[in-house]
Ligand binder design. Structure first.
Ligand code: NAD
Length: 289
């Protein structure tokens, strides 16, 4: 297929390369000349604007920073400029309301659009092992699945338009809160005289178990290799966790849900990022305890 790929940053760069590797003709565009050149080196054809990249394609995939940018790209340069009937897939993490608004605008103009945010970081984007959570109609999902499968290990239909984003922020609300709880528990265990490795051996197979312990332990030298073993570099930046928790709290307010643990996690990450740790892996918050 001819697929336009818009947004070739940390995540989109690897995803576009995997689509090209799978045999698709990828029409790439990014505002950054450097990102565009890298896509060119990875088998993508490069274009000078969104409108030029989407002309004549069968599908569009976007991986952009936020909802305002996604809204502008789709309503300004994609809808009405890509052939009618083309499939539109937005993989960015954005607010549910904007995802639904853009989905409705696309549908009114004769396009299928799915929100398909991802779980898994830059290494999963490069390796083609992302998990996609997809919001949209059954028909749109059926069309999107084979394209997304070339970039991921799992493609799950969450439900109607916007539910992909809902799944993403609910998942990351659990992650933010459990990471902080895990960090507090390891800090306290140590103060109480417990060796961190012993506590890991116990908690990782007990009822306190979570992904934050078993896959992403915030203590260096404990559990499988994680950003803690690399001085909290790489991995999932605290600024992105703050972005996702902020989106989660906006959605909670709109839905009339009281999410107190999520809100406390957002406050703690807000303070952590404000102290200059935005680029540090989110598990680095253990160093503040
Ligand atoms: P990034 O900042 O590295 O990449 C975004 C790219 O979009 C940049 O290259 C930028 O130049 C480009 N861009 C911005 N406006 C544009 C426009 N109008 N037209 C074309 N290109 C434009 O960010 P990223 O880490 O790749 O994240 C992208 C999305 O994926 C975000 O929504 C983020 O929340 C989500 N996400 C990131 C991770 C992660 O670990 N980095 C994990 C899961 C989800």
């Amino acid at each position: 297929m001819k697929i336009a790929f818009i947004g070739l940053g940390n995540m989109g760069g690897g995803m576009a390369a995997n689509l090209a590797k799978a045999g698709h003709a990828v029409h790439a565009f990014d505002l950054s000349a450097e990102a565009l050149a890298r896509a060119g080196e990875h088998g993508c054809a490069t274009f000078a604007s969104i409108r030029e990249a989407v002309a004549g394609v069968d599908a569009v995939v976007s991986m952009l920073p936020n909802g305002a940018i996604v809204d502008r790209a789709y309503t300004g340069d994609i809808i009405g400029h890509v052939p009618v009937g083309a499939l539109l897939i937005d993989c960015s993490t954005i607010d549910v309301a904007t995802a639904q608004k853009v989905g409705a605008a696309a549908a009114a103009a004769g396009y299928d659009l799915v929100d398909a945010p991802v779980s898994g970081g830059i290494s999963a984007a490069n390796a083609g092992t992302l998990t996609f959570m997809v919001g949209g109609t059954d028909a749109a999902f059926a069309r999107a699945e084979p394209i997304l499968a070339a970039m991921g290990k799992a493609v799950i239909h969450a439900g109607a338009s916007g539910t992909g984003q809902a799944a993403k922020i609910c998942n990351n609300m659990i992650l933010g809160a459990t990471m902080i709880a895990t960090c507090e528990a390891f800090a306290m265990a140590q103060k109480l005289g417990l060796d961190p490795q012993k506590f890991y051996d116990i908690a990782s197979i007990s009822s306190g178990q979570s992904w934050s312990i078993t896959t992403y332990c915030p203590v260096p030298g404990v559990g499988p290799k994680s950003p803690a073993d690399n001085d909290y570099r790489g991995g999932f930046a605290a600024a992105l966790m703050l972005k996702d928790l902020t989106l989660a709290m906006e959605a909670a307010a709109q839905a009339g849900v009281k999410a107190e643990m999520g809100e406390r996690a957002r406050e703690l990450y807000e303070a952590y990022v404000a102290a200059g740790n935005g680029a540090v892996d989110f598990s680095g918050i253990i160093r503040t305890l």
